[in-house]
Design a protein around this ligand. Sequence first.
Ligand code: NAD
Length: 278
Amino acid sequence: MSDAGDHLTANIGQRLSSRVVIVTGAAKGIGAAIAKRCAAEGASIVVVDRDDGALTATAEAIQRSIADSGRASTDTVSVLVGDMSEPQTITNMIELALQDHGRLDGLVNNAGIFGAYTRFENNSIDAFDEIIDINVRAAWLAMQQAKPAMLASDGGGSIVNMASMAAMRANRGLSLYGLTKGAIANLTMNAAAEYAKHNIRVNAICPGPIDTDMLGAVEEFIDERHSEVARSQITASIPLGRYGRPEEIAATATFLLSSDAGFVTGARIPVDGGQSLE
Ligand code: NAD
């Protein structure tokens, strides 16, 4: 068995059977892997993204794999194209979960951008507002609006927020990104403390470098002409000696959404190949 995450599909069970989960930023990367894994674990899902074409392709691929598994696929995946920086998108996604599936059990606040790669003093007010609206305000509003929907279901739920190792350390050139991920880690603790009495668990995942388009863009910003040099520099900072795979974040998210994590709340879990040890 490989340790590079290749075995993950072999471990799929039905831990989310009859649950309804919303995944934001589900068109590609980590969000697409989470949506795929949640559906494979038996959940009905609402996938949300502003990238219409990629979201539709991902939703269709998930529907095909559900059909291949023999499960009824017709009403399993609901698609919402929307911008998470618009508060109306958040209202719409909760309503869609209730309208199409009649309940809400899980919410994965994954949509995010890394913003401009620039020196601390060069960030503009517009850049500040944009990254706050997408990376922080959307997750905050979604956590607020998910609560009544989860309580109306079975009186409980699980929220997973996508923070980052950037929440815990300085990342030169990405100060606004780090600010938003620090905010997500803190919001996670506060929501967990207040929602615990409602049996709504709230946890954050803090990924290290994961092989997605977002990280590819970071590599190019670090060294436009030699992104492979940036990649080997980043890889050298990871004790396990490689980037993580989106499926490895999806495995952690699925655990947190499931009752296997029934006593886990307020956690901020590094999934980073040991990078935070350095
Ligand atoms: P990605 O760029 O590959 O995918 C992000 C998805 O979010 C895209 O489909 C994009 O269209 C969507 N999105 C962005 N802004 C949106 C908006 N305003 N409204 C709707 N959808 C929007 O990124 P990824 O690497 O898969 O990252 C997913 C999450 O994981 C992000 O929150 C990111 O900060 C976090 N993260 C990633 C890494 C990494 O190394 N890749 C590390 C730590 C944390």
